[in-house]
Design a protein around this ligand. Sequence first.
Ligand SMILES: Cc1ncc(C[n+]2csc(CCOP(=O)(O)OP(=O)(O)O)c2C)c(N)n1
Ligand SMILES: [Mg+2]
Length: 369
Amino acid sequence: MPEQLLSVLGTDGAVKKKDRPELSDQDLLLLHGTMVRTRKLDERGMLLQRQGRIGFYLPAFGEEAAHIGSAFAAEQDDVIAQSYRQPGIALLRGVSAETMLDNCFGNAEDIVKGRQMPVHYSFKDAGMISISSPIGTQIVQGAGIAHAMKIKRDGRVCITFFGDGATSSNDFHCGLNFTGVSDAPCIFACINNQWAISVPIAKQTASRSMASKAAAYGMPGYLVDGNDVLAVYEATRQAVERARSGFGPTLLEFLTFRMGPHSSSDDPSRYRPAELESEWEAKDPIERFEAFLLREGLLDEDAVKAIHAEAEAEMSKAAKASMVKPAPSIDSMFDDVYAELPAHLAEQREQLRSEGGDHAVDADAAFPL
Ligand SMILES: Cc1ncc(C[n+]2csc(CCOP(=O)(O)OP(=O)(O)O)c2C)c(N)n1
Ligand SMILES: [Mg+2]
């Protein structure tokens, strides 16, 4: 029944023994550590934008359980087709905060040489697709990736993450319809944070839930408490097992709340009441998981404080390292497009070099947004 909200953790962190997923203490601490590091990375990213050091940032405040808990149920060689609001997956998969911030600065060590927007990461080596800004494109990319996995019978699965707003896109229909028919190993993970910039969920759909849409595509759908990292993990684990065993796709809806602005360019106080924000702040997924870890005796108050301080120091160090790196060389814009540079571009490159190359660029010019 999709309308039943699946949860494991009570708001006080208590968990019924029978519902507890099989995770080792080490796993539980890794999940918690990654959630805290993600929160601190986002705080640092917003700070860097407010300081005018980067042009744009987009945080995932409040959505740490929904994406990190879910990605934790996949193996490292499974593929993630994500949107711009799941930064914790890269951290979970071993990408360093410095590498992520190199993208935000668009500096010389940025993997994509400053050609992408900030927070639009490209971490192929971590099994993650390059993030696109147009809403929903990763849903069809995920469906296609899973279809290829099915043809190759390589035993892998793909999880695609998208927001509630993306369920109104053509790509949502194409991706789910196609996969409902192909039975490819794709998990459709809708992070319902109840807002698509300023559009509330009530104006997004007249459906009872996003999970209920699964019925139309011939796949199971489950509504999961997205602020409950253990429920998110367990629901995804079961969907991954189902997909890997050849039984096809699942639609998961993680109900959560975007605790921060849509991005550094947004001011949510203009369109949503402060009381709603405080209501959801009280349901903070990190605090809820910490209540569980304290109850279980896996952490005490001092250890929690130390984990937060360590994550903050990590992000500060990463930011300091990224911000002093030079911009990509201007020559690099001629790279990667043609195997052999056509004559007219070679000529333009020569002209640029003769005009001073990198020195012709004002590195202090305002960010063009
Ligand atoms: C095709 C398309 N239309 C509109 C936009 C502008 N836009 C950027 S983010 C966004 C909201 C998306 O909301 P949701 O899918 O709920 O994801 P969230 O930002 O809440 O994580 C919109 C409309 C876009 N990027 N692409
Ligand atoms: Mg949303």
